[in-house]
Design a protein around this ligand. Structure first.
Ligand code: PHE
Length: 535
């Protein structure tokens, strides 16, 4: 894609990019997942570990994805073949390695897993690095199909709250009302599907108008609204008597709960919430102007994302604890416990707090869902010559159909015993019961770390960190090449009068992180997830 082709396909500037990328990263991961993970994993202690992981993996990887996208100026498939030849002796060696992995799996009695690796080896041998780009086109479709179902739930909650159907004040009451929605049973199936389709239609409406006129314009309006609404809930929560108990639960460090498992959980959370390892930041990066400062943009997105996650916790826990739901962490927190707590808030405005909260959740979900459309759409545009309009319609359609399966018929693999067994054998028996959770586990535990790993390796070793650093320097001169101590003390390299070649600079640290730290940590996280090693 050349600059002219991009007309409506580029951000208006660094702010446009920042808000769109923040829109992508701030999602259910921040508002639903982060608060309960923090509550369950040692509060402030988890936040510290999480911040460390974000610094070691999140920042370098996000900079790499954006740089890769901007340097290639094109969709993920091209990005993974433009910076270095798609096929080389290295890719041939890698295919051999994957083939070897397949043979090992066959020996260790996992034929289904072996077949997958064999197919991957053939794909890699024929397409080379383009395979990675192809995955960036496919995985977001899978993720969006179940993300859309959750988006649909938020719509139902808002609608039900307004019509007064969500007046419950106990967990049992919540179970009765919410259970049928979450499981699409007791006649709520059609509503769940309809809501999911409406949610997908919203995404289509935003995305179809283009990157600048659609995605950016909506994110520019919705993201400030999201932060504003969150402030309202925070003030409400903190002014409740007993609120401090919630804050303590959320943020007080409990180092006894820390384990290697916590670190792994933090790695998964960081990748998911920052929308990394899926080519999204890569695609967003290709719409970014050369004058933009990538390092600054990446740090800005990550800061906004972390801020939103902490805000969500501060909005949620004080209300939950003040209303006496102390034991109730876990995934049910936002969909069952919180609405019940809001209904108990004195003043009888439960409906209002619930509507505000689920509006926040919906906004966060829509802007993230829209970003999931972008990699497949850009690939269809660039590789198949489709118009944006047709590409957006096609991708939304596929996600919607897959999503219906998620919401309904295959809610439980046990209904399809043969398929269930096959799926379990592929995932080493770690796959949970439902189709929905299988897709979730597949994306978050397998694909995100793997694609993140490959992106880091590709940028660090194949493209080469020195060339990638050159891309970062475009629009980003200054801090990257300064000695860290000089930056901290407020000097410039020239003031120090030292030879810059021997300086300890952020640019150098970034290269080292990309080549070594990120791959090693992601590999460990991946091996742990699939059960090859247990910490
Ligand atoms: N980052 C989003 C969230 O926190 C989810 C997401 C993951 C979106 C991957 C796009 C890609 O919910």
């Amino acid at each position: 894609m050349t600059n002219e082709e991009r007309s409506n396909g580029s951000w208006s500037g660094q702010l446009g990019f920042l808000l769109a990328a923040a829109g992508s990263s701030i999602g259910l991961g921040n508002i639903w997942r982060f608060p309960y993970m923090t509550g369950m994993n040692g509060g402030g202690a988890f936040v510290l570990i999480y911040l460390l992981v974000v610094l070691l993996i999140g920042v370098p990887l996000m900079m790499a994805e954006i740089a890769l996208g901007r340097a290639a100026g094109s969709n993920p498939v091209k990005a993974f073949s433009r910076m270095a030849p798609a096929k080389s002796s290295r890719t041939a060696a890698l295919s051999g390695l994957i083939l070897g992995g397949g043979i090992l799996l066959l020996i260790f009695n996992n034929p289904a897993g072996a077949v997958i690796l064999f197919l991957l080896a053939v794909l890699f041998a024929t397409l080379g690095w383009k395979t990675v780009g192809l995955f960036c086109g496919i995985v977001p479709v899978i993720l969006l199909s179940y993300y859309g179902v959750i988006g649909g739930w938020t719509l139902i909650y808002i609608f039900d709250s307004i019509r007064g159907a969500n007046g419950f004040t106990t967990i049992e009451g919540a179970e009765k009302v919410m259970g049928p929605i979450l499981h699409a049973t007791e006649g709520r199936g059609p509503a769940v599907v309809a809501a999911q389709l409406i949610f997908m239609a919203l995404c289509l409406g935003i995305s179809i108008s283009g990157v600048r006129k659609g995605v950016e314009r909506w994110c520019k309006m919705l993201m400030p609204l999201l932060f504003l609404l969150m402030c309202v809930l925070i003030v409400r929560g903190l002014t409740l008597p007993g609120a401090e108990k919630g804050l303590r639960f959320f943020l007080q460090p409990d180092f006894s709960k820390l384990s290697t498992g916590t670190v792994i959980a933090a790695v998964g959370q960081a990748l998911f919430t920052l929308s990394l390892g899926m080519g999204i930041m890569l695609t967003y990066g290709c719409y970014l102007d050369r004058s933009a400062n990538i390092a600054k943009a990446a740090v800005g997105v990550i800061a906004l994302d972390t801020f939103a996650a902490v805000m969500a916790g501060v909005a949620i826990f004080p209300a939950v604890f003040a209303m006496g739901f102390s034991e109730s962490g876990g995934p049910d927190l936002t969909f069952k416990v919180l609405p019940a707590a809001f209904n108990l808030v004195p003043g009888g405005l439960g409906i209002l707090w619930n509507v505000i909260f689920f509006l926040i959740l919906m906004i966060a979900a829509v802007t993230s869902a829209v970003s999931l459309l972008e990699p497949p759409v850009s690939i269809l545009e660039g590789e198949c010559g489709m118009s944006r309009r047709n590409a957006v319609v096609l991708v939304t359609l596929v996600c919607s159909v897959l999503g219906i399966f998620c919401a309904l018929s295959m809610a439980d693999w046990n209904q399809l015993p043969g398929a269930g067994k096959l799926i379990k054998s592929i995932w080493y028996g770690t796959a949970p019961g439902s189709f929905f959770e299988t897709l979730d586990g597949f994306c978050c535990n397998w694909i995100l770390p793997l694609l993140g790993l490959v992106t880091a390796l590709y940028t660090g070793w194949v493209w080469g960190s020195r060339y990638a650093l050159m891309e970062l320097r475009e629009g980003g001169k200054g801090a990257l090449d300064n000695n860290i101590w000089l930056i901290i003390s407020g000097f410039d390299a020239e003031d120090g009068g030292m030879d810059r070649r021997y300086l300890f600079t952020p640019g150098i640290l970034w290269g080292a992180a990309l080549r070594w730290i990120v791959p090693i940590l992601l590999l460990l996280a991946f091996f742990n997830c699939i059960g090859l090693i247990r910490f």
